[in-house]
Design a protein around this ligand. Structure first.
Ligand SMILES: Cc1cc2nc3c(=O)[nH]c(=O)nc-3n(C[C@H](O)[C@H](O)[C@H](O)COP(=O)(O)OP(=O)(O)OC[C@H]3O[C@@H](n4cnc5c(N)ncnc54)[C@H](O)[C@@H]3O)c2cc1C
Length: 378
């Protein structure tokens, strides 16, 4: 069997799948190998916003055209038109990518753990995995470099959460409207909130989430989830049908230092998670398309992948969240109160003009934010 490939993708998660799908579409002639040790085992709900009809609609779990932002004092209706908020099951997305690999004549999927990559030949990398070795000219690697976990210099906020999908015996939820952030119940002194995806009038994912430098014990999420369900939703009769937990790093860490000749990090490992929100599904779709375009056109692979301006905004936001974590609810309230949600989505998608960005920054009218912004410039 020939173990030589044009491209090896390590990890068939969010980034590996997006890149594989895009590569097969644009360059069906090249030989790709994808190696993953646990693809499609963990069910995650990947949610994102996009305008109207999208390319993953055939595997979408549910979509919402209305949203809500809440605090104990205010409730803001988010009329998202032309955007729609959508949720996809990670397992379905990865299965779709796997099916594309199978359809393609030149691609191979190997269920195995990558151990290391031999550095001796930078033109043809030898990738050692539990069941053998494959060779590839280009490696796209979604393993996070261990240096990241030791780093003390970057600003890193953890988005950490636990969610229960619950079923109720009575009609309780409005399945047309999801809750982006509800700060009515929070862990005092932190940026913490509840996020709700109602799948039907009797079934919803309810997630207690922190944007904070430190993690909490598992029981803390349980306490807040129970309190939210009974005190805020007035539900007494329910059963938990699914549990999901996660930690998403929101960080200014320079992942670019871990690329080397014809070996590139992708996904979280390449800094593809939006630092100020922790969302990555759509950002990854976009970056995968740019990366593949660069490959197809023979350009340096990282061309146009990041925009400095948006890194500065992300860094300002993270700096405020790190230094004034208890003020997060106030910042987000101002953001949602003073800006139309479609402008915020456009901003978070990094598609706004400078004048639109200034207007969003001004809407926060906070000395801390302005200070953090100028600090991030240097
Ligand atoms: C519960 C949960 C809910 C989330 N919800 C959202 C959401 O609503 N919206 C959103 O945008 N983001 C969401 N995220 C974040 C999102 O899942 C991540 O940002 C995204 O998966 C990162 O993509 P990735 O490809 O870098 O990593 P992953 O998707 O984790 O993929 C990495 C892959 O590499 C494989 N791998 C790792 N090491 C090796 C090795 N040595 N050998 C072989 N394979 C290996 C892993 O098995 C895995 O399949 C959520 C995360 C969690 C945990």
């Amino acid at each position: 069997m020939d173990h030589h490939y044009d491209i090896a993708i390590i990890g068939l998660g969010c980034a590996g799948s997006h890149v594989a799908i895009e590569l097969i579409k644009q360059r069906p002639d090249i030989k790709i190998v994808v190696i993953d040790n646990a693809a499609a085992i963990l069910h995650k709900k990947w949610s994102f916003w996009e305008k109207g009809v999208g390319k993953w609609d055939h595997i979408i779990l549910k979509e919402w055209s209305r949203g809500l932002f809440k605090t104990d004092l205010d409730s803001i209706n988010l009329d998202m038109n032309p955007y729609v908020y959508k949720s996809i099951n990670s397992v379905d997305f990865i299965a779709f990518a796997k099916a594309k690999l199978k359809e393609s004549n030149h691609s191979t999927f190997i269920n195995s753990t990558v151990i290391d990559i031999d550095e001796t030949d930078s033109e043809l990398h030898a990738i050692n995995h539990s069941d053998g070795t494959v060779h590839a000219k280009l490696v796209l690697d979604s393993r996070i470099d261990h240096q990241f976990f030791k780093d003390q210099k970057a600003i890193t906020i953890q988005q950490h959460f636990k969610g229960w999908t619950i079923e109720t015996t009575k009609d309780t939820f409005n399945p047309e409207c999801f809750t982006m952030m509800d700060y009515s119940l929070k862990d005092q002194g932190t940026t913490s909130f509840t996020y709700i995806l109602p799948y039907s009038s009797r079934k919803a994912l309810i997630e207690f989430t922190y944007f904070s430098p430190d993690l909490v014990e598992d029981t803390v999420y349980d306490t807040f989830l129970k309190r939210y369900i009974t005190e805020q939703l007035n539900i007494t009769d329910y059963k938990i049908v699914e549990v999901e937990k996660g930690i998403i790093p929101m960080t200014t860490y320079d992942f670019n230092q871990h690329h080397s000749h014809n070996r590139y990090k992708i996904g979280t490992a390449g800094g593809w998670v939006k630092p100020s929100t922790g969302y990555s599904f759509k950002m990854t779709e976009k970056k995968a398309a740019i990366l593949v375009r660069n490959y197809v056109n023979g350009l340096p692979l990282l061309t146009d992948l990041f925009t400095k301006r948006f890194s500065i905004y992300d860094s300002s936001m993270l700096s405020v969240l790190r230094d004034f974590n208890k003020d997060g609810p106030m910042f987000f309230h101002r953001l949602y109160k003073n800006n139309a949600i479609h402008n915020l989505f456009k901003f978070l998608d990094e598609e706004t003009t400078l004048s639109e960005e200034i207007s969003i920054m001004k809407s926060m009218t906070s000395l801390r934010m302005i200070k953090a912004f100028f600090k991030s410039l240097f």
